[in-house]
Write a protein that binds this ligand. Structure first.
Ligand SMILES: *[C@@H]1O[C@H](CO)[C@@H](O)[C@H](O)[C@H]1NC(C)=O
Ligand SMILES: *[C@@H]1O[C@H](CO)[C@@H](O)[C@H](O)[C@H]1NC(C)=O
Ligand SMILES: *[C@@H]1O[C@H](CO)[C@@H](O)[C@H](O)[C@H]1NC(C)=O
Ligand SMILES: *[C@@H]1O[C@H](CO)[C@@H](O)[C@H](O)[C@H]1NC(C)=O
Ligand SMILES: *[C@@H]1O[C@H](CO)[C@@H](O)[C@H](O)[C@H]1NC(C)=O
Length: 282
């Protein structure tokens, strides 16, 4: 069985941005599976993750559960994809045939998606339940901050708003061939299109975000760290940007404190990766 480990581009970028002694490259080449940490901005360690004593929340959200997606390519080239939850040093398979995760931290709740629809996982009780009655093949999922409504991205790259507790979906016609979706804290919807460029969905259609590299690489989009009140987070290569609902953008520069927090995060991630790899051997 030959398999590749490929860590989420955004995560690698974050690691490299933050710390020169990031995860050793050879690990990626020799390992036998592919792992995503589903959102590099969800902090991964539980207690005292911030290095700022005056601000216990620090730059990043953090919960005690980290979700990872593991890809294993089998001999027949079929790829097995499963979502794992890593908590208190232990990794547990939560959902098969799935890659979509939205961690609703600080609530003890995560929304997961797989080929059969949407699930809710309680990170405290560690219980998984089907959410609603939709059966789409979900590859991306996000939840509004101000409501319980969700957006899902399905395997055919269509975005739907999911309302009425998962019993109804409404197609977001403005989003064309989305590769990834994200909301900001104000619940503006963004997506990365087939051209790797981010768009914001406005009432009068989708607008391409301006001021970004013409040929972005290793793109990633997510809700920004909690301290960034407006706009979403976009990464191209090693450079993070804040992208705004008015379709403008600006590069984001870490201050010294944020760099420290990132470095702490990377060390935590290294621990999680090694624990995960040790435990999830086939
Ligand atoms: C945080 O620390 C407290 C007290 O040491 C402990 O009870 C709790 O389980 C820890 N939480 C996490 C998420 O590790
Ligand atoms: C975490 O922070 C709290 C409050 O600052 C402190 O009392 C506690 O000892 C710290 N725990 C660890 C494990 O560092
Ligand atoms: C889901 O449930 C709602 C409300 O009970 C119902 O109207 C709808 O038809 C169901 N949808 C599917 C796909 O079963
Ligand atoms: C996000 O939701 C929380 C809790 O409902 C609320 O306190 C906060 O103001 C919201 N954030 C924004 C930017 O609306
Ligand atoms: C777009 O929004 C950002 C953030 O609110 C603001 O700084 C910028 O001036 C706005 N740009 C335009 C052209 O309105």
């Amino acid at each position: 069985m030959r398999v590749l480990l490929f860590c989420l581009a955004g995560l690698l970028v974050c690691l490299q941005t933050a710390d020169s002694h990031s995860l050793p490259q050879k690990d990626y080449d020799t390992d036998s599976s592919k792992h995503d940490i589903t959102n590099p901005l969800n902090d991964i360690s539980g207690n005292n993750s911030s290095s700022d004593p005056d601000n216990s929340r620090g730059m990043f959200n953090f919960g005690s559960t980290t979700f990872l997606v593991r890809y294993v390519t089998r001999d027949d080239n079929k790829v097995d994809k499963s979502i794992y939850a890593h908590k208190n040093g232990k990794a547990k398979k939560v959902l098969e045939d799935g890659i979509a995760v939205f961690d609703d931290f600080p609530k003890s709740r995560a929304y997961l998606g797989n080929k059969d629809g949407i699930y809710v996982y309680d990170t405290e009780t560690e219980k998984l339940e089907k959410y609603g009655n939709l059966s789409d093949n979900v590859i991306g999922i996000v939840k509004e901050n101000r409501s319980d409504d969700l957006y899902i991205l399905t395997e055919d790259h269509v975005v739907y708003k999911v309302i009425e507790e998962g019993t109804k979906k409404v197609k977001v016609n403005e989003a064309e061939h989305a590769e990834r979706i994200a909301l900001d804290w104000d619940d503006n919807l963004y997506y990365i299109g087939a051209n790797d460029q981010p768009y914001v969905v406005a009432s009068d259609g989708a607008k391409k975000i301006e001021g970004l590299p013409a040929n972005p690489t290793s793109v990633f989009i997510s809700r920004p760290p909690i301290k960034i009140k407006h706009g979403a987070w976009f990464m191209s290569g090693k450079q993070p940007y804040i992208i705004y609902p008015n379709a403008s953008s600006e590069p984001y520069v870490f201050n010294d404190q944020e760099k420290l927090e990132y470095e702490k995060r990377i060390r935590d991630l290294e621990v999680i990766f090694s624990q995960f790899n040790n435990q999830i051997e086939e």
